[in-house]
Ligand binder design. Sequence first.
Ligand SMILES: [Zn+2]
Length: 459
Amino acid sequence: MPTRSWLAEFAWSPALGVRRDVLIQSAGDRFVAVTPDCGSPPSAVTRLPGVTVPGLANCHSHAFHRALRGVTQTGRGTFWTWRERMYEVAARLDPDSYLALATAVYAEMAIAGVSCVGEFHYVHHDQDGTRYADPNLMGRVLIEAASRAGIRVTLLDTCYLSGGLSSDGRHEPLEGVQLRFGDQDAAAWAARTAALWAEAGGTPGSNARAGAAIHSVRAVPADQMPEVVAWSHRFGVPLHAHLSEQVAENRACLAAYHATPTEVLDAVGAVGPRTTVVHATHLTPRDVRLLGDSRCHACFCPTTEADLADGVGPAAKLASAGSRLTLGSDSHAVVDLLEEARRVELGERLASQERGHFTAAELATVATAAGHASLGWPDAGELVAGGLADLVTVALDSPRTAGATGTTVLESVIFGATAADVRHVVVGGRDVVSEGRHLLVPDVPAALAGAIKAVLGAS
Ligand SMILES: [Zn+2]
């Protein structure tokens, strides 16, 4: 079993706090010792100048949305007009083009310090909506993409049954590209998804774990939700759902159910400690109490929420009510978990005109341990003996971080650094990024450019 030793100039993890001269040792894919204030490190140690933290968890991703960066930044519009552009890309994906695109996107994540991604996956079927010969082909493609990029993935296989909820509260049939997303009903979704994880003792790839998702109250009628909830309980895996991202979604839900989206999910037992609600932007005080009492996770995607003009969700209220926050880059308007982390605090400052809602350590915990727990990797996200050997080193000698001092290095990283300051990434004891270069995907920009050109076509 290969052993590794690193000496971190500074290291931080939730249980450790900020420490100097931290000797971090691994055997195979696990840490075996983490020793601060190490005065006499072994001679074969790899030195990590800067601040070393656990791997970052990107808890909400739709990999193919990356192709929309830039091209959707012209003109005006809303979430709903953006969605039309997104559908155009979704219609063009095939297994080969999605493998190339997702590999490049996950490589971009890796060089940004992401060691684990939660892929909210709903492009299941062929372009006319028929099942592939292997009905889980696209899910397998995403697991393979993560493997090629050297990161972990939780495949949040998403149940998507309805084209939307009309303003008078009717569930509309799937049409056009949405036919790629849908299964006949929740039972068909459950059977297809179970088939993937029944193989190889439940782990199609050593870098992959299972999860379930209810796309939203728009896309899954309430009477179909219990099947998905039961599936998540049966396998003991995370259950994610988009929640109250848009005011229009709340209005339609109230018309259909005389209840908020949170109340609908709660009524079918979908909200609990293994649940992550994504966005949670437009909530009533009762919604906040329900979510907090359930101890669910709430995944904030602040750059996407800003990009799509969603609004600013009640992060501090949810946290104080009992929910654990996590982060996602969602549509990949940018891929930078440090930016997502500080925007949680900065959004609160803008809304309240007061500073200091979340400390840097709290935001870093959101980006690491809490995120991994929400993706079904409770054994990652800490620099601790026995934990999965994932670490990220952020430089303190970049134009953005230079001048950081010992007592506030974590504050400099969370509030001043960007993804461009990530120097080293180790996943499962293996180097994935060294000196800012991806070791498995040698030219990440070229990989992205080629894959995006292939799916955007002539548009
Ligand atoms: Zn999403």
